[in-house]
Design a protein around this ligand. Structure first.
Ligand code: GTP
Ligand code: MG
Length: 404
């Protein structure tokens, strides 16, 4: 399952975002460093389900289908706020960065309303600097990657000189444990112009350059401009977008999303995460304060930004940054079902370039061991071995071993 880590300065709203995504109840407060250990939960990314175009009624098992939208599970981790010196271990920073590094992508939450100061303490909205906060945290992460290389530099030299490994392979031995792939290293070396420079000749600047490329390539990151329900956030959001032009910055209100999901769960409103609005179902279930909040949300969030940004953030992370395709594996290609007759039971996220054999591996190692060929269930065609899976493919794998 894809894992998304939530990072950022303290009090930016990471846990509120985590609770909104997972509908769990992790502790939220205005005190700095409320979260002491990582929280792990399941969230859902939504995509139009193939059931409508295929004209079938589905029976989802690993995911949910609501009004023609497929909600696919992803793992989400909420991390404690990082502090200065986290890279060197301050405030357990080392441990938390190791957990963050196990994610496939990161959401970097900033307080766009500028309601926290440099230390993450609550202050007058507009007086904090979300851009400076963003760079403070990024600096810690890049330094942490640098540290991982520096601490192992003798080992890297030995692997190259003693064992005859290439620079890419030697760096891979060291960085594989923090979810860095070989192609990440190749690309980072290219971008840092270090392809031809022997490792022993790297200076501090080279190291920093390589580490910052590795950080962004191996951990694609979306910037969440949170607390957009506070009016002054609009100005800061524009500033963030301008300053970080080459990156995705999403306007968001985690608190509003959380309030809407909770009100929907209580049956007071009708709200499907990601929708551009909500309907009041039962006004009698709303307290006067909730009624006021709902009017405020309508004018501050939906009339202005169309949505709360939470669902959109997950969508962009999974489909634009991680470039995932949604594949529907079925056992019975004619009925588009599993062996029990469940139609389109599973929706699986697979990276671009994956083949049917990769899909078989994702489902079950035995299915892959006995892999014979795959069928495109929509056309009934047998697929070539090196076929690259497309988004929304419905695939049946023929194997000598049965799926468990
Ligand atoms: N106005 C507004 N306040 C928010 C929003 N999201 C979070 N907050 C508030 O910001 C404060 C901090 O929220 P948390 O979710 O605990 O922040 P955190 O980043 O997890 O903080 P630490 O765990 O201490 O690092 C709380 O008072 C939240 O209610 C939002 O979208 N809008
Ligand atoms: Mg928290």
């Amino acid at each position: 399952m894809i894992r998304i880590g939530i990072i950022g300065k303290t009090n930016t709203g990471k846990t509120t975002l985590f609770n909104a995504i997972t509908m769990l109840n992790a502790e939220v407060s205005t005190y700095p460093f409320t979260t002491k250990t990582p929280n792990i939960g399941i969230g859902y990314v939504r995509t139009p389900c193939v059931c409508r175009e295929l004209g079938v009624k589905d029976n989802p098992r690993n995911s949910q289908c609501i009004d023609g939208w497929r909600y696919i599970p992803i793992e989400v981790i909420d991390l404690p706020g990082l502090i200065k010196g986290a890279w060197a271990g301050a405030g357990l920073g080392n441990q938390f960065l190791s957990v963050a590094a196990q994610s496939d992508a990161l959401l970097h939450v900033v307080d766009a309303s500028g309601s926290i100061n440099e230390k993450g303490e609550i202050c007058e909205p507009g007086s904090g600097s979300p851009l400076a906060d963003y760079f403070d945290i990024e600096d810690e992460i890049i330094r942490w990657y640098m540290k991982n290389i520096v601490e192992n530099s003798e080992k890297i030299k030995k692997l190259i000189k003693g064992k005859g490994l290439s620079l890419v392979d030697a760096l891979f031995e060291i960085l594989a444990g923090i979810k860095v792939k070989k192609w990440h290293i190749e690309e980072a070396l290219k971008k840092a112009n270090l392809n031809e420079v022997p490792f022993e000749d790297w200076d501090d600047e080279d190291l920093k350059n390589f580490a910052s490329h590795i950080r962004y390539i191996s951990k694609p990151t979306l910037i969440i401009a949170n607390k957009m329900d506070i009016p002054i956030a609009e100005k800061n959001f524009k500033g963030l977008q301008e300053a970080l032009g080459e990156k995705f910055v999403i306007p968001c209100s985690a608190e509003v999303e959380l309030m809407l999901r909770r009100a929907a769960r209580m049956g007071a409103i009708e709200y499907l995460p990601g929708e551009e609005g909500f309907k009041i179902k039962d006004e009698s279930k709303l307290t006067p304060r909730q009624k006021w909040a709902i009017n405020y949300v309508q004018s501050r969030i939906f009339d202005r930004w169309l949505r709360t940004g939470v669902d959109q953030a997950l969508f962009i992370t999974v489909f634009k940054l991680l470039k995932m395709n949604v594949i529907y594996p079925v056992e019975d290609a004619k009925r588009l079902s599993d062996s029990k007759g469940n139609v389109l039971p599973d929706a699986i996220l697979m990276p671009q370039g994956s083949t049917p054999l990769d899909l078989a591996r994702e489902i079950h190692s035995e299915l892959a061991e006995g892999f014979l060929y795959a069928i495109d269930a929509i056309t009934g065609m047998r697929l070539p071995k090196d076929y690259q899976l497309h988004d929304r493919d419905v695939i049946s794998i023929v194997s000598t071993r049965k799926r468990k």
